[in-house]
Design a protein around this ligand. Structure first.
Ligand SMILES: *[C@@H]1O[C@H](CO)[C@@H](O)[C@H](O)[C@H]1NC(C)=O
Ligand SMILES: *[C@@H]1O[C@H](CO)[C@@H](O)[C@H](O)[C@H]1NC(C)=O
Ligand SMILES: *[C@@H]1O[C@H](CO)[C@@H](O)[C@H](O)[C@H]1NC(C)=O
Length: 478
């Protein structure tokens, strides 16, 4: 008697479940998004006008979370190049960065050696692939810095400068800042730099902690570690440890330095953990528009403008890779179709704000490409471009439907690639438009989620509980 209603309701729920999963499947099978090509074709150089100054915009909420405006470097001062040349250079640079990340991982996994302690991000800087900037204030001076999740040390070009590249903002001068203090050689901060720190080697003051980060391609930054008062928007950080870079060689763009958001002790997010609880997030705007994004320090979700709930995945705990953010990629769907690859869930995939194009192990890349071509049919193909081998001539179309790409991570977390991050426009008339994904050379290399595929996504890093979250968001700053 008692059993009857209960089993009837379970049958009902079973039917409901079947019905739900059925509708789910139907609707997800033709998942795609419309990309308008008409607007892109109207673009001209005027849309890429650069600004000689990047004025600082920020806000702070009641619980201390701070939001800074974020821009693409294309917006900021620097030499103007032709469209195709710029794109080609960007991909060549991106390849160099990816190679140096791979060699760093290999070295870390094999065993750390002094010469292997190279921050790969910087060969990226040299080649101008690190492309999102914010403005901060160091000892009352506003400075534009590159935001980088792949390295730890924050540094600025510093006086007296032995060798500095040209930057539009005045150089930071520690001697005019009463609050500046060199970091002593004997300090914990100095030893946390490990192989990159030297005590009084090339300096008349044997007590200072000198740092040197050198790179395989000949670029480097050298100087001394110091502390000063940092302002992130209105939020002060006393005694912030940074590199006062007196020899900085390479093409570092127009930025005055770099802000490292890696996971080690000296990184920006570790140094501010009392203020921001180890949480930061960003929304990276579309490169080619003048829109803004935001960098949020702290965990006040009211500062996000996400249109979907944040879905979180745990970081892969690998002590060897303790400054990178590594995720467990468990699957990919294209237009609702789940791809098969024995490689899912095997090696971690890095998420990086400095790499441009997402790199996938060959077996996964091939599965993505095959399924994409199966769904994106009927469009004339175009020659490949640099590392991008899946290209189309779309100049005869005003708009196209692009199958939606979703990446799935451990814990059923999901990142949907925004339609603006699917195609790389090699030619502005859309006669050569390429799928913005590339294959790694070897199956054993580590995949990287690049910034192109992170556009218009709120990416939340919680370094305390070791989680990364994703939500859809149309980036803006207001
Ligand atoms: C630094 O930025 C703030 C905020 O935009 C602005 O009020 C201030 O005038 C700037 N300072 C300098 C020296 O440019
Ligand atoms: C990734 O997640 C899957 C499924 O949850 C698990 O079986 C696998 O061991 C994980 N891989 C890593 C590298 O953590
Ligand atoms: C691309 O397609 C257009 C129209 O469909 C055609 O006129 C043009 O010649 C093609 N361009 C190239 C480079 O193949």
């Amino acid at each position: 008697m008692v059993l009857w209603p209960s089993s009837s309701s379970s049958i009902f729920f079973l039917l409901l479940l079947i019905a739900l999963s059925f509708t789910n499947e139907i609707s997800s099978l033709d998942e795609n998004e419309l990309l308008s090509l008409k607007n892109l074709q109207w673009r001209n150089d005027a849309a890429y006008r650069r600004s000689p100054v990047f004025s600082q915009k920020s806000r702070v909420t009641q619980n201390g979370a701070t939001i800074l405006e974020m821009k693409h470097t294309d917006f900021f001062a620097g030499p103007m190049m032709g469209w195709a040349h710029k794109l080609e250079q960007r991909l060549v640079s991106d390849e160099a960065r990816v190679e140096s990340i791979q060699s760093r991982i290999k070295n870390l996994v094999v065993q750390e050696s002094a010469s292997s302690h190279e921050i790969p991000i910087n060969s990226g800087i040299k080649l101008q692939t690190l492309n999102y900037i914010v403005s901060i204030t160091l000892a009352r001076r506003n400075l534009t810095l590159i935001v980088d999740t792949g390295s730890d040390l924050t540094w600025v070009q510093c006086q007296p400068c032995k060798l500095c590249y040209t930057q539009p903002e005045p150089l930071f001068n520690p001697s005019t800042s009463p609050s500046y203090k060199p970091v002593p050689c004997s300090s914990q901060s100095c030893s946390s730099l490990q192989y990159s720190a030297f005590c009084g080697n090339n300096n008349n003051n044997a007590n200072t902690c000198d740092y040197a980060v050198t790179y395989g391609d000949g670029s480097y930054t050298r100087g001394e570690l110091g502390t000063d008062r940092l302002l992130l928007g209105p939020t002060p950080v006393e005694n912030f440890i940074f590199g006062c870079g007196k020899e900085n060689k390479g093409l570092f763009g127009a930025a005055s330095g770099l802000m490292g958001f890696g996971r080690s002790d000296l990184s920006m997010i570790s140094q501010t953990s009392d203020l921001f609880q180890g949480v930061f997030s960003y929304c990276l705007p579309d490169t080619d528009s003048s829109t803004s994004g935001s960098l949020v320090l702290g965990s006040d979700t009211s500062l996000y403008k996400n249109s979907t709930p944040i879905s979180y995945t745990n970081l892969v705990r690998n002590p060897m890779l303790n400054s990178f953010y590594v995720l467990n990629l468990t699957g990919i769907t294209i237009g609702g179709v789940r791809l098969q690859s024995p490689n899912f869930g095997k090696n971690g995939i890095l998420i990086d704000s400095g790499t441009v194009i997402t790199r996938l192990p060959p077996s996964i890349y091939t599965a993505v490409k095959t399924e994409f071509l199966k769904q994106f049919t009927g469009y004339p193909s175009a020659p490949s471009f640099s590392i991008l081998d899946t290209c189309f001539n779309l100049s005869g179309y005003e708009e196209v439907n692009i199958p939606t790409l979703r990446m799935w991570f451990d814990g059923d977390a999901e990142m949907t690639v925004d339609v603006s991050g699917m195609f790389y426009f090699v030619r502005r008339d859309a006669s050569q438009v390429c799928l913005a994904l590339a294959s790694l050379t070897y199956e054993g290399e580590t995949g990287i989620i690049g910034n192109y595929q992170q556009r218009n996504t709120r990416v939340v890093y919680d370094t305390k509980v070791m989680k990364v979250g994703f939500a859809r968001e149309t980036c803006s700053f207001s």
